[in-house]
Structure formats: C-alpha cells, structure tokens
Design a protein. Structure first.
Lengths: 328, 318
C-alpha cells in the first residue's frame, strides 16, 4: 500500500483584490507531498508558486476562497489561529529567499534559534543554547560554537541562509517549505546550500517543498516537480520523467528556451509573448495565446488536470486521460 | 585585426575607513587586468559577486576613475579624457544595466527615454529624432504605439527592450551588457538573448557581456574571461573554457551551475567555504584557500596568466 501523503492540497484557490479587479493567484491547485520527498514547484514570476506556499501556511495576505490543505490528515484551513501557530515552525517550517526576512537583526543567532526550541520544545535556556550550537554545526556553519554569539549582520548571505535552515530544522519538522532559498546567492554558495538541503532531508526524512524559477535546481534536487502557470499546476510528475519527456506545451517551451548546452549561433527557441498579467485571465486555456500547439477549442475550453499515465498529470486538451496509476 | 577595445594593467582600489585612522585599508576591487576585444566580437566576463566584473566595465565606460592602467578605444587612449572629447567617445559606447526597473526614469515616456542620448549628443532635428525612436522601437520588437507610454506600463522583458533601444540610439560600436537577462524570467530571457544576438550580427556590434551564469555567457560569447577577486584567472575561446576549463576555479564554477538535466546530477563536491573579502586578499594565489589543488608554492607566489592549450590560465598546477 502506498504511504499516505504528509500534505494533500485539493482545489486550493487564493485571490487578491487589486485596483484592476480580482487576481486569482492560486486557481485550483491539487498537490500531494509524501514523507521524505523533495517536491519542486517551478514557474515564472506571477505564476502563483509563492502564493501557494504562503496559502499552505495560512500566511497569505490574499483570501483563501476554496479548497483544502490536509496536513497529516487534518485540514489546516479549519484550524484556529493558536493551533496554526503551534504547527508553524514546529511541524511545518519555512525558509525564504532573503534570510533577513526570518532573522531578527538585533538578536544573536544562537538566541534566535534557541527561542524556537524553548517555545516549541519547552527546553530550558541552557539546553536550548547547547542545541542551537549543535544545529549550527549540523548546517556546517564554520566555527559554530563561537558564531552563536554573532549577530546576523556579521554573517555572509550564504551563512545567514544556513542559520535559517538550522532554525527551520530545529524541531525536525515533517515539512520544510523553501521559497527560492538560493536565488540571492552566488552559484558556488547555491550549490553548497542545495547540498545541505539534500543532506538534511536524508538525515531527518523531512519532506521539502522547494519553490524555484530555476529548472536546473529542480533537475538537480527534486524527486518530483509541479510546473505552475497562471495560478494552476499545468504538469506534474517525477522529475526524471518530466525533463525527459515533457507533456505540457509550456514545460516543453521552458526546457527549450534555456541556453544550457546550446552552441553559439544556434538560435534559442523562446516562448513567444508574455505571461498573462495578474487579473487578466480569459476563458479557455491560459497558455493558449503563447502555445505553439493551440487549436481553436483551446481558446474557449479550459482544460482540467488529468492523469496521463506513469503517475503523471497534465492540464492540456491535447493529452488523453487515462485511469490513475501510481508512479512506477 | 586591431582591437576595438584594449585595457592594460587596469586597477581600482578603494580606500576604506577614516582618512585619519591607522586602520585605513584598501579594498582591491580590480587588481591589474589586461583584456582586448576585437571589432564585432563578444567578450564574456564571468565571476561571482565581488569579483570586480562590474567595476571593470564601469571603468571602461569611464563611469569610474581607474586607480591605474590604460584604456584604449579604437586605438585612442581614453583613460584621462574629459569634456567634449570624452563625450565624443561616450557616444560610441553604451551600457545596458541589469535591472530594467531601476534603469529607466519612471517620469519619462518611452520616447523621451530613447531619444535622450540623441538630444545629449545633439543628433538630428526633433522630427528626425522621433523617426529614429520609432525605428529603434521596431528594431527591438516594440512598436510606435509604445512611444507615449511610461515604463511602469511594461513588463520586465519589454523594459529591457527599451533599455536596449536607448543604448542603440547613437549607433554605438561597443555595447556593454551588465547582467542584461539576470532579472528576467526564463521564457523572456531567451527572447532578449536572441534579440541581442540579432542586433550584434546586423549592426556589427562589439559586445562585452557580463553574467554570473556561465551557461548564458558561453552561449553568447566568442571569448570568456573568468574573474576571481579582481584578477583574471582564465581567458580564452568560449568553447574551450566551457568544455575544457583548466583553472580549478573555472571548473568549480562550471560544476556549480545546476544543469537542467536530472540524468546529470552533480557528483563533484561543491567548492568549500566562501569568497574572501576584497579587503583581505589572500597572499600568493588568491584562490588557494578554496582550491583543491593548492600547494605550498600557491600560498607564497601569485601565478601569472600563461598559455595552456587554447586558453591562458593563472595557476601553478596546470
């Protein structure tokens, strides 16, 4: 029997009110995450990938208008705020692109990590300090025992992100949500942090939801990937399968437009046009205006996310639905 | 062919700390580099933040005063030019910046933005300038109906097209593109890279392309210079650098790029530790504290660039 997903999102819709009207940032997302796996959400700016993450944690400034977020069998959208607070930082942790979002500039890093331990694990001051130093060692912060007394500004960007990861992992959560955790870092530091995330997952079997715009990061780190466009998941499957044989025209276009491995002079094949502006989603498939395969029906018929075999799903009228089967 | 641009021994040092303090130190942003670019060629400059690549091109554009060294443009030394003679050279070289949200004046229409360089250099009549703006907008994939709009009405990719139109206004010979696609989404990046390639071919432009992303740089460049802490560590034809990198830093940089191919997951361990501060550059080879090949000699003696295969490499152990 397959294991139960740790997180099961169904029909999630989050909307923002803007001057231009209602913006459907998350527009009916289904997503499963199983214990210990790394799932990538990839998409371009405005695709709704960050709004999805914030909605799962109920930290979005928009309004969640429909759907369910089952975490360990419990719909978090129905929890009281006090219960939600206990979940956040304890069972679900989050790290952001800018580590300073989560760090207090006026507090020594050891004390900050200790604070979460004292709140969630009810550790005493001394025990919390000792555990904080151990956590910093586990994320390979050089000279960890001495650095617990440092303030965030004394660390580099990469070191701060290590501290935030240590803080996120402090209560060994079941799920770690990482929103573009390496986007602000140089490539050599990025590869260190990605290694750290992968190593942490192996050590603790924490599941990771990794939000990124970088297909390379997904390919290197994620077990499964969901591609988002205009607030919806348009393709979902095992990373190896999706990259080897993308099924949605948007995924195909994204993979074609990277310059990686292409020779000088060989023209890139970009996706024409622009993603829809927030709020201007028309009838039909949102990708149809840019799609090289679009047919007349795509302009007025909105596709559903369907099973296409091999545990994969795609949201495209040109794909044929098959009976659900789990990934081989 | 004689180079369009040549720089010799270029240095930029910043004094840091109080003028009267004993602790006054030097930040060595660029620490003696030589480069040349032939007409119609693209030179890629790569390296991580703080390696000095942006400082280098800002000196070439004469936006920063070099501490030492020479800059020659089309055979003429421009290092100390000022006034009208500097202005005349500036017309022939233009820059496109990374952030299309910061580099366009939000209070000017697109027409004003693109025609500004023409006005500054007093080129054409008002009617001629307008015609030129329309032509430029078309050339970069926008159209004349965009001329009366303001930057906030455009997406990131469209704004970068406006920046490119502005850079082309005076028909320059040299375009410096400082991370021109780093702020853009993948599907839009490819559009802008294709545009730059077409323009370069059609207008016979010479280009310096800066990026931290070696896979983009190898795709657009004829030759590549890899910088580390203010020095060039490897220089050569793009193909050779990308496929047969010699310097241990270039190799680590290449292996750190996440390849969008899950069948090729990285097996090379990432580079240890972080970039040292440019205020405290290590003695000997500046890469030695992070280098897997470092020997005693590397701690004492700074390597010079020397030919290895098709490229030049600054390393004792290659």
């Amino acid at each position: 029997m397959p294991p139960e997903p740790i997180l099961r999102v169904r029909g999630l819709k989050t909307q923002f009110q803007s001057a231009a009207g209602v913006v459907r940032a998350v527009d009916g997302v289904d997503l499963d995450i199983y214990p210990g796996e790394i799932v990538g959400i990839v998409g371009e700016s405005g695709s709704g990938k960050s709004a999805l993450a914030y909605s799962i944690l109920r930290l979005t400034s928009g309004r969640i208008v429909a759907g369910e977020v089952q975490f360990r069998g419990q719909n978090v959208l129905e929890l009281r705020e006090a219960e939600m607070e206990k979940l956040r930082g304890d069972r679900i942790a989050m790290i952001f692109q800018d580590p300073m979002t989560s760090l207090n500039p006026l507090m020594r890093i050891g004390t900050q990590i200790g604070e979460a331990l004292r709140y969630h694990l009810r550790l005493g001051r001394r025990a919390a300090a000792a555990k904080a130093a151990a956590l910093l060692q586990a994320v390979h912060l050089p000279d960890a025992e001495r650095r617990v007394h440092d303030y965030p500004h004394q660390l580099s960007g990469g070191q701060r992100q290590r501290v935030v990861i240590a803080m996120g992992m402090s209560c060994t959560p079941d799920l770690l949500i990482a929103d573009e955790p390496t986007t602000a870092l140089d490539v050599t530091i990025q590869s260190q942090i990605l290694n750290l995330i992968s190593e942490t997952r192996q050590r603790t079997s924490t599941a990771v939801l990794l939000i990124t715009h970088d297909l390379g990061v997904v390919a290197q780190l994620c077990d499964r990937v969901a591609v988002m466009y205009a607030g919806q998941v348009v393709e979902q499957g095992r990373t190896a399968d999706v990259f080897a044989d993308p099924q949605h025209p948007y995924t195909i276009g994204l993979l074609r437009s990277t310059p990686h491995g292409r020779r000088r002079g060989e023209p890139l094949r970009p996706i024409p046009g622009q993603p829809p502006r927030p709020g201007e989603i028309a009838a039909g498939c949102p990708f149809a205006p840019r799609c090289h395969l679009a047919e007349a029906r795509c302009q007025h018929q909105a596709p559903d996310l369907i099973h296409i075999g091999g545990g994969r799903q795609a949201r495209c009228l040109l794909r044929t639905e098959v009976a659900y089967e789990p990934a081989p | 062919m004689s180079p369009l641009l040549e720089i010799q021994g270029l240095v930029k040092h910043y004094p840091v700390g109080s003028r009267f303090s004993a602790q006054r130190r030097l930040l060595r942003a660029v620490d003696g580099i030589d480069l040349s670019v032939s007409p119609g060629e693209t030179l890629g400059l790569v390296g991580e933040s703080g390696c000095g690549k942006s400082t280098t091109v800002r000196m070439i554009m004469r936006l920063l005063e070099p501490t030492a060294g020479r800059i020659l443009f089309d055979g003429q030394e421009i290092t100390r030019l000022s006034g009208a003679r500097l202005k005349a050279v500036r017309q022939r070289m233009q820059i496109v910046f990374q952030d299309p949200f910061a580099s366009l004046n939000p209070r000017k229409t697109v027409e004003r933005i693109v025609s500004d360089p023409l006005e500054i250099h007093r080129i054409g009549t008002a009617a001629e300038r307008r015609a030129r703006v329309y032509k430029l907008l078309q050339r970069v994939g926008l159209d004349r109906s965009h001329a009366d709009r303001y930057p906030h009405e455009f997406s990131g990719g469209q704004r970068q097209r406006i920046s490119i139109a502005r850079a082309l206004a005076c028909a320059p010979q040299l375009i410096v593109a400082d991370e021109p696609v780093s702020a853009l989404d993948v599907s839009i990046q490819a559009q802008v890279i294709n545009l730059l390639q077409d323009l370069q071919r059609d207008l016979a432009l010479t280009m310096i392309f800066i990026s931290h992303d070696l896979s983009v740089v190898q795709y657009v460049s004829d030759s590549i210079a890899v910088m580390y802490l203010g020095k060039i560590v490897e220089l050569g034809p793009s193909h050779a650098i990308y496929h047969e990198a010699q310097h241990p830093y270039t190799r680590s940089l290449l292996s750190a790029i996440p390849v969008p191919d899950p069948t090729r997951r990285g097996s090379v361990p990432p580079l240890e530790s972080e970039l040292p501060s440019p205020m405290n550059i290590p003695a000997g080879c500046r890469f030695h504290p992070r280098c897997p090949l470092a020997t005693e000699r590397c701690r004492r003696e700074a390597p010079e660039l020397r030919p290895v295969g098709a490229q030049q490499v600054a390393c004792h152990n290659i």
